[in-house]
Structures are given as structure tokens and as C-alpha cells.
Design a protein around this ligand. Structure first.
Ligand code: HEM
Length: 686
């Protein structure tokens, strides 16, 4: 029962006017400082922890517009509810097209050979599916305090939920045991995460809004510091809420959803960009290559430098690095993995040019991008994912590679979007695996130096000294990550983004408490609901949580008043690993479903054979399948030896072999590859 359009449109105009009157004053930084009677901090010198956290979050004018549209729709809905004649009827509300940011779908010529940069036009029935700046999907019903958008605050007994930092102190305390996965495999997980997930923050213009410990703004979900915390020199951890969105493209009013600002696909969008402006800025427009720089005294190419204010201190010449994602420089281990993939793109582009000298820059760029994305998907499904979820789950969910033939399971009815349950809880599993120290090794994998994680977070010095990024990348191969469990490293648990800067409210963050609070911000239901969804029994008491070790069950009992209150991130990370896998049963299931949707719902999935324009030839596909992460590392680093599977530490089963012994992808199979027809106008191809 939808109301007449003209009537609804009038109410929306009225709601928009009210919204703008209420929020109009606070449109820029200056006014926020004035509003709270604050003096602006010094601009020079190292940044403080909250500025660093903000610099890895993302707000754009587009996300802000969507946020505002949702807020206006809520207001309009309240206005309609106050109308006495409508009160008694159940009405469904859908924002009229002028107020619906998803009303204008991109037009797609069907089918194009190459993925669009912004992820649109992949699905023939819905051009927006997978596009950047679209909502996450839900596997479970949302759990907001007011059923619509307020973060969960009370448990099932009506008492306040425990403070996330208190939970962090008791359950996620620092401890590091070696894992079966290499530290390279862990940070590669972060690399994948940055390809497909970046929640938008509430903001003004292009900056996330600033929260203050003493403010009770509805856009902040600050975490107060409990008594007896070593954080007792700060009142809280300031935390900005994620931006709101409609959950459906038709802008019907449901519970608050969050926005993914990057493409949902496994398409290296963090390398190439999730919008055309960023993508073009990263290209050299010569021979299909990405822009790179050389650093004195170092081998190989590096990503261009950036002075966009992301790093701790940009007053010296040691600048951070730029790729397609705002978080690229968050830590140098991540930067080193980005660097490998940029080099791989340029290596492939050069090889294609030698094979097909007549190809233009555009041909070389697009075909190199297509091949490199395929190599990336290949190492994820072939080598990385099985370690996490186990071979049996790979089989069960249809995630094994299709041996020597095409994959024919593409399903346009599969929604590929990342789920909130995956991005806000399950895929944050990686936070428990990160280690506190990193090693630099030489080209024979012999360690020669080490340093703490904190010293390379948004601080690039180690990239420019002592073997630089290459030696960091090699070090990741020999160091094991830390085990999957509820424990964090002290660096992330008690020192995240700590810079030593004074005169600030948040001197450092605790990542586990952010994850818990973010779960409440995003309306994630509690852990027990996740259990039911994946087919585990619903626990009536803490003792029925049999997938969780007894000592942790006791701690949970101590922290939460009911078994139905446990936050999803905490419950999921407390589980024992499932046999043959790294993750526990709940997170393994959510992760497996997500990677299934990303495979079955992606028309450009590299093994997909159901479209002649898009697919590789079978000969090309079989070449890509020969590839491995270790081969890609050997091709792009100064390296003589490497373990067979780079995602696992060297061992008796995963022996170190010479680079020369690893299989190569033969790019000669791309000789005379048919290219899309382009029209030629005034010396420019279109
Ligand atoms: C040095 C290591 C890492 C650091 C310092 C780090 C830090 C962070 C921070 C600060 C956030 C934003 C939290 C928020 O405000 O909600 C975040 C989000 C996230 N991280 Fe990590 N992380 C690291 C490694 C990893 C790894 C290894 C994985 C997975 C294997 C991972 C997966 C995620 C996911 C899925 C999100 C949510 C992304 C979104 O939807 O916006 N992270 N991380």
C-alpha cells in the first residue's frame, strides 16, 4: 500500500527543509569547533590518534547525500505517522525518485569485455549490483535499539550492554601464539578486505565528522574509558558512526543500512580505483602501465608518493604511497603487498606489448588489468581461502577451481554484495592474527632487522631505509601470523594509532573494542543469532556454547548478563578453529557464503565460461590456473627462493624451493587476442 506520489513528494520536501534547518549550521569543520567551544589543534607536528583513524575512514559528497536522503525519509515517515488519518492504516513508504539516490541506474551496453572501474554493469538485470557506494546486504535481521537505526544499547534483561572496552580487556587481552598461516597470508587478508569493503562514515563534505568525548551527537558512538583501564589518561575512544543508507535500491524505507564505498567485487579496486577519476589519476597512459616512481638505492618500481595528509608526519621527504584506496598507507606491510601487484600489472603490460606491438595504451592497460585480476582471483580461491575455511567447506560451497574446463555456474540471481555480517564481524577475524613485530629479510629469506607494527603504521620511514619495502615483503613470508583466537596483539589492542601527540582526547585506540562498537552501530544481531543462521544450536546457557573453550565461556559469563547478549565479533573469535581450518564454525560459514556469492554472482569471474565476449579462451584460462602467489612474488621481488605456498610459513610440507622451479603463466596465449571495437574521433579513442 504505497501512498500517492504527489502527496509523498510534498511531505519529503517539508522533511528536507526541516532537516536542512537543523543540520545546516554544522556544515564544516570550523563550525564544529565553534559549536563545542574548542580551539583548533596545531597543524604541524605529528597527528593524533583520532585524526589517524579518521584518515583511514571515508566520506564523500555522494555518501553524504545518501545519508541525508535516508534521514529525510525517516523524518518524512515520522511526519506521516503523525497524520491522524494515516495512523490507523499500515503504509509503506518509498522515497520519490527525486529523493532516491539510487533512482538513476547507469546505462550499460551489454556485454562489455572489461569490468567497469566502478563495478557497475556486471549483472545484466541490475546495473547497480556490485557498484561502489551501494549498500551492504543482510543475512540476518538487523538489531537496532529502536528497530530502525539506534545502536543496540540494552541486553535482553533490559540492562545496559557491557562497555566494549571492558569486553576487550577481559576477552581480547594481548597474547600471541604462532598460527599455521604466514604473516604474508594475514596481511594479504587485509589487502583483500581493502579491495571489497570500506564503510562510509558520517561526515561533512569529504571528511568524517569529528567526535568529542563529551558530545552526545547522534553521529558518534564513543567508547568511554572504564575505571582501572590503562587508558585512564583519556576519557574515551572517539568513534564516528557509519553513514546511513536505504537497504534497497528502490529506496523503500527499512532499517538503517551502511554503504560500501568501494566495489563489492574481487577486482583489485583498491589498486585501480573504484571511480574513474581515481583510476585515471593512477594511470601513466604510456604502454598500459600504472604510474610508478623509483627510490634511490632500491630495486624495482614503487607506487607514487602522496601528500594527502594520510601519514603521521609529512613534514619530511618520506612520504606515503598512493593507490586506489584511502587506506593504502595504513601500514607498510600492506604497502609492500600493493607494490607487488602494481609491479605485476606493469610486468604483464610490458610482456603484452612485446607480444602485440600494435596494441594501444588502452588495449594494453585493459588487457593487463583483466589478466592481473584473474591471477589475483586464482590465488585467492586456489591457495588462500582453503586455509581459512577448510577443504570440506570449499567443496560444500562450490568454491573449488573447475579443473581444465570453464566454470558454468554463473547465476545472475545471486546477490554478490558484501554482507554486513561478513564485513562488520566475520572478516575482521584477521585482526586476531596480526603480529606485533615484523622482520626484514634478504633475498635468500635470511632475517636482518625487526621492528614493531606501530612503527610502520602511517609512518613510511622503513620503506626508504635498509632494504625498504622489498625486505618487509620477504619478511612477511617467513614470519607466522598469530593464531585465530580471541586474543589480539598489544599493538592493536592497546596502542592503535598512538603517536605520542598530546592535547588530544583519544591518545590511542583498541581495535577489538572498535569492532564490538561498530557491530552495534551497524545493527548486527548478537552471536546466538549468527549461530542459528549457520546451523549451530541456539545456546540457552553459557555452558551450551560448546564450540567455545570452557575458560572463555566462564569469562563471557562474567562479562555478559545473558548468553543472548554476546556481541557477534566476540562470540565468533572465541570459537575453536574447525578441523582442517583456521576459522571457527560460525565465521568459516559466513566467509564461505560470501566468497561463494562473489564467485557465482560475478559475470567477470575469471573461470566463467558462459559469455563469449567476457571469457578467456580455455588455453588462456589454463595458463592463469598454473600461476601461484609465490610465482608472482618471484617475478616482482629480488628473490631466489620461496616456499611453495606463500600463504603458509615454510615447513616440511611447504618446502622452500628455487624461484626457477615455479610454473609461469605463458602470456604468448594472448597473441592476437581480439579487442573491443573502439570508435576513432579526432585522434582520441572512445
Ligand atoms: C595491521 C593490521 C590491521 C590494522 C591496523 C587494521 C585496522 C583496521 C581499522 C582501524 C579498521 C576500521 C575499524 C572501524 O572503524 O570500524 C578496520 C576495519 C576492517 N578490517 Fe582491519 N586492520 C588490520 C588488518 C586486517 C586484516 C588482516 C583483516 C582481514 C583478514 C582485516 C579486516 C578488516 C575488515 C573486514 C574491516 C571492515 C572494513 C569496512 O567495512 O570498512 N583487517 N581495520
Amino acid at each position: 500500500n504505497y501512498l500517492p506520489d504527489s502527496y509523498v513528494e510534498n511531505v519529503f520536501y517539508q522533511a528536507a527543509r526541516e532537516y536542512q534547518t537543523q543540520n545546516g549550521q554544522m556544515t564544516n569543520d570550523e563550525s564544529i569547533y565553534k559549536h563545542y567551544g574548542l580551539r583548533k589543534k596545531r597543524q604541524n607536528g605529528p597527528k593524533d590518534a583520532s585524526s589517524l583513524h579518521a584518515s583511514v575512514l571515508r566520506t564523500t559528497p555522494e555518501t553524504q547525500k545518501i545519508h541525508e536522503s535516508f534521514k529525510i525519509a525517516l523524518k518524512a515517515s515520522n511526519m506521516l505517522k503523525q497524520n491522524s488519518t494515516l495512523k490507523k492504516t499500515t503504509i509503506k513508504l518509498r522515497a520519490p525518485p527525486k529523493f532516491c539516490p539510487f533512482a538513476f541506474e547507469p546505462s550499460c551496453s551489454d556485454p562489455e569485455k572489461y569490468r567497469k572501474i566502478d563495478g557497475s554493469c556486471n549483472n545484466p538485470g541490475n546495473s547497480l549490483l556490485g557498484k561502489s557506494t551501494t549498500p551492504f546486504k543482510r543475512l540476518l535481521r538487523t538489531a537496532y535499539e529502536d528497530s530502525i537505526q539506534e545502536p543496540r544499547r540494552r541486553g535482553e534483561m533490559g540492562d545496559l550492554l557491557p562497555n566494549p572496552r571492558e569486553i576487550a580487556l577481559k576477552i581480547h587481552d594481548p597474547l600471541e601464539n604462532p598460527a599455521k598461516i604466514s604473516h604474508f597470508g594475514v596481511i594479504f587478508g587485509q589487502f583483500i578486505d581493502h579491495d571489497f569493503a570500506l564503510s562510509a562514515s558520517t561526515g561533512f563534505g569529504s571528511s568524517p565528522i569529528k567526535c568529542f568525548c563529551f558530545s552526545n551527537s547522534e553521529d558518534c558512538v564513543n567508547i568511554p574509558t572504564p575505571e582501572d583501564d590503562i587508558f585512564n589518561d583519556q576519557r574515551c575512544q572517539v568513534l564516528t558512526r557509519s553513514a546511513a543508507s536505504f537497504d534497497k535500491f528502490d529506496c523503500s524505507l527499512g532499517a538503517r543500512e551502511q554503504l560500501n564505498t568501494v566495489t563489492h567485487w574481487l577486482d583489485l579496486s583498491h589498486q585501480y580505483g573504484s571511480d574513474d577519476f581515481t583510476a585515471n589519476n593512477l594511470r601513466s597512459f604510456i604502454d598500459g602501465k600504472l604510474k610508478t616512481i623509483r627510490i634511490g638505492g632500491m630495486e624495482g618500481e614503487f607506487m607514487p608518493n602522496t601528500r594527502t595528509g594520510t601519514c603521521v608526519d609529512e613534514t619530511n621527504e618520506e612520504l606515503c604511497f598512493e593507490a586506489g584506496d584511502s587506506r593504502t598507507s595504513q601500514n607498510l606491510a600492506l604497502v609492500s603487498i600493493h607494490t607487488i601487484w602494481v609491479r605485476e600489472h606493469n610486468r604483464v603490460a610490458l610482456a603484452l606489448k612485446e607480444i602485440n606491438p600494435q596494441w594501444t595504451d588502452e588495449d594494453l592497460f585493459q588487457e593487463a588489468r583483466r589478466i592481473v585480476i584473474a591471477e589475483y582471483q586464482n590465488v585467492i580461491y586456489k591457495e588462500w581461502l582453503p586455509n581459512l575455511i577448510g577443504e570440506d567447506f570449499m567443496n560444500l560451497h562450490g568454491l573449488k577451481l573447475s579443473n581444465k574446463k570453464f566454470f558454468m555456474g554463473y547465476d545472475p540471481d545471486t546477490n554478490p554484495h558484501l554482507s554486513a555480517e561478513f564485513s562488520t564481524a566475520a572478516f575482521r577475524f584477521g585482526h586476531t592474527l596480526v603480529r606485533s613485530t615484523l622482520t626484514k629479510t634478504d633475498n635468500e629469506l635470511r632475517p636482518f632487522s625487526n621492528f614493531t607494527l606501530g612503527s610502520i603504521m602511517l609512518r613510511p620511514t622503513e620503506a626508504y631505509t635498509n632494504g625498504g619495502l622489498d625486505s618487509i615483503c620477504r619478511g612477511l613470508l617467513t614470519d607466522p601470523g598469530t593464531s585465530f583466537d580471541s586474543h589480539f596483539t598489544d599493538e592493536l589492542q592497546n596502542h592503535l594509532f598512538e603517536t605520542g601527540a598530546f592535547d588530544v582526547q583519544t591518545r590511542r585506540f583498541s581495535l577489538s573494542s572498535i569492532n564490538i562498537m561498530r557491530g552495534r552501530d551497524h545493527g548486527l544481531p548478537p552471536y546466538n543469532d549468527f549461530r542459528k543462521f549457520v546451523g549451530l544450536s541456539e545456546a540457552k546457557t553459557f555452558d551450551e556454547l560448546t564450540e567455545i573453550p570452557e575458560n572463555l565461556r566462564e569469562l563471557l559469563k562474567n562479562v555478559y548478563s545473558s548468553v543472548n547478549d554476546i556481541d557477534a565479533f566476540t562470540g565468533g573469535t572465541c570459537e575453536n578453529s574447525r578441523p582442517g581450518a583456521l576459522l571457527g564454525p560460525t565465521f568459516a560459514d559466513i566467509v564461505a557464503r560470501q566468497f561463494k556469492d562473489l564467485k557465482f554472482g560475478d559475470r567477470y569471474y575469471y573461470e566463467n565460461g558462459n559469455n563469449d565476449t567476457i571469457r578467456f579462451t580455455l588455453k588462456q584460462l589454463n595458463q592463469i590456473r598454473r600461476g601461484s602467489m609465490s610465482r608472482i612474488l618471484c617475478d616482482n621481488l629480488d628473490l631466489k627462493f620461496i616456499q611453495k605456498n606463500a600463504f603458509l610459513p615454510p615447513s616440511k610440507e611447504n618446502t622452500i624451493v628455487s624461484c626457477a622451479s615455479l610454473k609461469k603463466v605463458n602470456l604468448k596465449r594472448w597473441k592476437d587476442e581480439p579487442l573491443p571495437q573502439r570508435q576513432f574521433f579526432n585522434n582520441f579513442f572512445f
